[in-house]
Design a protein around this ligand. Structure first.
Ligand code: ARG
Length: 260
């Protein structure tokens, strides 16, 4: 089952990559990439730390020169100049304010094997002069309502999006998430955090992977609590979105970033 999930996640990312190459053409359902379902358009500048990655994933600016994304969006660690990061725009086709920078290195979470630990860092060739998103270092913000955003599919099996979409999803506790049945028995409670509505309808989807799930902290600043990772389809009832639990890996992420 772990291998299946791993394959599903990889297939999603790969399908999204194929889409990106096809420059955001609508795709047939079998290609199955997916972003934010039940969302609305984000305003230009609303989430300035959001990054679109050329393999068809999302990401966030951890620093001006390092993007935090999902491990299943990358192939491994090492020098890598094949990824283009796009930031500064909600409209991927707008050249006004758009910043595109190549990768120099990728660091996939140590020990990543398709289950849990779904985080990775991408070092950029140049810094991007935009606000970064701070990561949660304790579990205190692993509750409440979260914002998710991405250029992924707006419905299960749907096309990648030209405009950044956003949505709000409520926290789902590990016991409830694990009890959703099927692949949810593979949840790694200490490493993953779930969010979504019992009735479905709002969720991240294929192509949103690697993007942040975030909320306001006590000072009113955005703080990242999750990384889009997986789910059974998108926005189905009793099938929450599963996100990497950022607070669990905050120390490892910060230490790894310092080595890039
Ligand atoms: N693995 C997907 C991707 O590569 C993300 C799926 C998120 N699914 C969900 N139901 N929340 O883009």
């Amino acid at each position: 089952m772990n291998k299946l999930i791993s394959w599903l996640k990889r297939a999603a990312a790969t399908g999204a990559a194929a889409l990106a190459v096809a420059s955001l053409q609508p795709v047939s359902a079998h290609a199955a990439p997916a972003p934010v379902v039940g969302g609305t358009r984000a305003a230009q500048g609303e989430f300035p730390f959001m990054v679109r990655l050329s393999m068809g994933c999302g990401g966030s600016l951890l620093t001006q020169q390092i993007v935090l994304t999902a491990a299943h969006c990358v192939n491994g660690s090492g020098n890598n100049t094949s990824i283009t990061a796009t930031a500064g725009v909600v409209d991927l086709q707008s050249t006004t304010g758009r910043v595109q920078v190549r990768s120099t290195k990728v660091l996939q979470a140590p020990g990543y094997n398709g289950t849990g630990k779904d985080w990775a860092l991408i070092k950029l060739a140049q810094p991007i002069n935009l606000p970064t998103l701070k990561i949660a270092t304790t579990t205190q913000y692993n509750t409440g309502d979260f914002t998710v955003a991405g250029w992924g599919a707006a419905r299960e099996g749907g096309a990648q999006q030209r405009y950044l979409l956003k949505a709000t999803v409520p926290f789902v506790d590990d016991a409830t998430c694990e009890a959703s049945g099927g692949i949810y028995s593979d949840l790694v409670p200490g490493e993953e955090i779930c969010a979504g509505f019992e009735e479905g309808g709002v969720d991240t989807c294929q192509g949103d992977s690697g993007g942040p799930m975030f909320r306001k902290d006590d000072t009113g600043a955005w703080i990242q609590v999750g990384i889009v990772s997986w789910g059974e389809g998108c926005a189905r009832p009793d099938a929450p979105g599963v996100y990497t639990e950022v607070s669990t890996f905050a120390t490892a992420i910060t230490q790894a970033a310092a080595t890039l």
